[in-house]
Design a protein around this ligand. Structure first.
Ligand code: DX5
Ligand code: ZN
Length: 221
């Protein structure tokens, strides 16, 4: 399994995003957190800004939609040509239909679960997804502490993905740092979002490389 690191620009300087993107050249993609102050108690940016980021980003965009009414909004993001669009299962009324719509518009389809949302009801739809995002903090803010209580769910999801034979990445997001990434990797995650651990570092590129090496070493073959 290859471990990928997606820095979150939530912890970057929003006034200098183009320069901030240039500081993470060693990353595999850039994670963009869209929040609407309804699904989560925080507000970030919307589609026009995401589209503009895409035009200047050397890396593909991995957009994490923390917004209500995902059925309505997520397809518009996919239609903008983004590499990957992730909606929250809790915010979608028809997740299978929505995942198909994202793929039909040319994006990879991701589905996210809050820490307490069980993965089991969604196991039969793994084949509809390119990525399953298991939140390792409550969504809404960067800089929170990793929730170890999510580790058993990551293990169950990894076992189910391997059983299904579907090519579904398991992404973790929240509190990922040099002191937590090994636990998440050992449990079965293979895509790691890190905001403060990358942009809070003196050398973000080196931080990405260190995180990837730690994850890779902890990954079961
Ligand atoms: C939180 C966001 C995360 C956030 C992670 O709701 O989804 O992507 O940027 O930040 P850290 O890595 O600082 O926990
Ligand atoms: Zn995120």
């Amino acid at each position: 399994m290859t471990c990928r690191i997606h820095p979150s620009i939530l912890s970057a300087d929003f006034v200098n995003l183009e320069a901030e993107l240039a500081r993470i050249g060693s990353a595999d993609a850039v994670h963009v957190d869209v929040m609407d102050n309804h699904f989560v108690p925080n507000l970030t940016l919307g589609l026009p800004v995401v589209e503009r980021i895409q035009t200047v980003s050397p890396l593909p965009l991995d957009v994490h939609l923390m917004i209500a009414d995902a059925d309505r909004w997520a397809p518009l993001y996919a239609g903008a040509g983004l590499a990957s669009v992730t909606f929250h299962a809790e915010a979608a009324t028809a997740p299978i239909k929505l995942a198909r719509e994202l793929r039909a518009r040319g994006s990879k389809a991701g589905m996210a679960l809050r820490p307490v949302t069980p993965v089991e009801p969604y196991l039969d739809m793994l084949g509809e997804l390119d990525m399953l995002l298991l939140m390792t903090v409550e969504p809404g803010f960067g800089g929170q502490a990793f929730l170890d209580v999510t580790l058993p769910k990551i293990r169950r999801a990894r076992a189910a993905v391997d059983r299904s034979g579907a090519r579904v990445a398991i992404q973790v997001d929240g509190g990922i740092s040099a002191s937590t990434i090994e636990r998440a990797a050992e449990a079965g995650a293979d895509v790691f979002v890190a905001g403060s651990a990358v942009y809070g570092a003196h050398d973000p590129e080196a931080a990405v490389e260190r995180l990837r090496a730690l994850a890779q070493a902890a990954t079961r073959v």
